[in-house]
Each structure stands twice: as structure tokens, then as C-alpha cells.
Design a protein around this ligand. Sequence first.
Ligand SMILES: [Zn+2]
Length: 238
Amino acid sequence: MKEKLAALHELQQQDSALARLQKDYAAVDHGLVEKEQFEKAKEAHQHAFDALHKATADLHDTELEQKSIEVKRSDFEKKLYSGSVRNPKELQAMQDEVTMLAKMRSTLDEKILATMDLIEVLKRTEAETKTIKDTVMSAYREKHEAYKLKSDGLVKEAKKLVSKRNKTAALIDPPLLKKYEILKSTKHGVGIAALEDGNACGGCKTAIPSNLLRQIKESATVQFCMNCGRIVCDLGKK
Ligand SMILES: [Zn+2]
């Protein structure tokens, strides 16, 4: 019985180690905070980039409009001063047209200057948001790589442990193994405990009465702690 229980106790150590690994695995930092920061920075940069792109396109459109008005005005002026038109009414209408085009041109000039100023501001914003985006992106990448490394290491360790555990489990009689599994699942992951300090249950630290102690050390059957109900084994002597 002692050998069987020693194997079961070893299985308990392996199961406890696996449980610790699972806990460590769940606690590994996924870098979710950094990911969220990166998403936000990416969005801010995209927003700035789009605004810059739109302002540049606006500037281009306004410049084209300005050119076409300039062409019209110059045509009217040529006609006006060529002497070919003599009708005073017609001349006045053309003069009015030239004045109106000059006003439009002036409005467009102002718009072009304002758009150029805006583009300067947007260029700075685009560059700043890009720097922030790149910085948080590298922080996120770093975190993610650390997470991968840590979690991959834990998975590797767990796989090795599971294979060892399965070998140990194969040494134990199925009914005893089943009993252990049930106890483990109901008693905070610990189904079997070794005697501690000569006479205490290693699971609940309660002192065990001498008659039960004798049975644990000598009996050919499995003994249970009268306080916590776990299997108690004696690893002291073989
Ligand atoms: Zn106990």
C-alpha cells in the first residue's frame, strides 16, 4: 500500500504543479491596455491623415477655380479694351462682369491662404499623431512578444508535466485513482496528503489520533483524515 500511495502522492505533486501553471498562464499580461492605446492612436492618426488629404485636395480645387476665373477675367478685359464693343450698355455689362470676377478672385485668394495655413497645422498634427502611433505600436508589440514567449513557455512546461503525470497515473489502481480525483475536485485540488511532523494531516494540519496513525502506517487499506476526509499516506518509511 505504501508504494501505491507514494505514487499517488507523487501524482498529487504533479497535479498541484499543473494547477500552479494554469494559474500563471491565466495571469500572463496579454497587453490589452497597450492594444487599446494603439487602436486609439491609430484612429487619431488616420483622422489627421484624412483631414490633411482633404485640405490638400481642397487647395488644389480652389487653385483650379482661381485659374479659370483669371482666364475669364482676362478674356473680358481684352474684349473691353480692344475697342470692338461700342454699345455703352454692353460695355457696362462687361465692366460689371470684370468687377464681379475680380471680387471672386479675391475671395478665392483668401480661401487659398487660409487653406495653406490649415495645411501647415494639419501637417504638424499628422506628424505628431504618427509619432504617438509608432511609439504605442512598438510598446504593444513588445508586450505581445513578451506574452507569447511567456505563454509558450508555460504551455511547453505543462505538456511535459502532463506526460509525466499520465505515466504516474498509469501506476495507480483505477478505483484508487477515481477516489483521489473525486477528493481532489471537492477539496481545493488536494486529494491526498502525507503525514507531517509525525502525526498531523498534511492537508488540514490536524493532529491524528494514535489508533488511526497506526492504521495509516501499517494497514493494507487506504486511510482517510477524520477531519478533512483526504487520503493520508506515510512517506516516512518504505
Ligand atoms: Zn486532514
